[in-house]
Design a protein around this ligand. Structure first.
Ligand code: HEC
Length: 133
């Protein structure tokens, strides 16, 4: 019985530790019900950068794929940065390397899209959570 309790305790700890690591790995934070400012900047960049014309409102997908799903299920951050920077030749996805706003906000854009993919934020105007400061 003791052995059972011990092994249960150890597996519980392992689960808790992996949750903690998971939370730390997120590129955005939610503090007191507010999304971090980097994701808000990413949302502005997404709209200002014209991504929505092809990827839909909030990255939900249109001519281009659903970007929330892409960054949470398919692409590494490195792949994301590469595609956004260099585009995908032979497709409608153009390079953004001369777009200063997009390049300067790459991390923010990524944080926003991961928050979308995690369904922490709605597709529209971030009303699902109050804006962070
Ligand atoms: C003119 C249309 C258009 C615009 C504007 C556009 N994209 Fe795309 N994007 C596409 C298409 C189409 C694809 C799919 C390419 C393919 O066939 O693999 C794509 C692919 C991508 C991918 C890879 C997705 C995956 O699952 O492989 C990312 C990431 C991406 N776009 C990000 C962005 C971001 C960020 C912006 C704004 C800065 C943007 N795109 C603007 C059309 C566009």
């Amino acid at each position: 019985m003791n052995k059972f309790i011990k092994s249960t305790a150890i597996s519980l700890m392992a689960v808790m530790m992996s949750f903690a690591a998971y939370a730390e790995d997120k590129p955005y934070q939610v503090v007191d019900g507010k999304i971090s400012a980097n994701a808000v900047e990413g949302w502005k960049t997404y709209n200002g950068g014209g991504c929505g014309a092809c990827h839909g409102k909030g990255g939900i997908g249109a001519v281009g794929p659903n970007l929330g799903n892409s960054v949470t299920q398919k692409l590494s951050k490195k792949e994301f940065v590469n595609i956004v920077t260099n585009g995908k030749s032979g497709t409608l996805m153009r390079p953004n390397k001369t777009n200063k706003r997009v390049m300067d906000n790459m991390d923010n854009l990524y944080a926003y899209l991961v928050a979308r993919g995690d369904d922490v934020l709605g597709p529209g105007n971030l009303i699902k959570l109050p804006l962070g400061k």
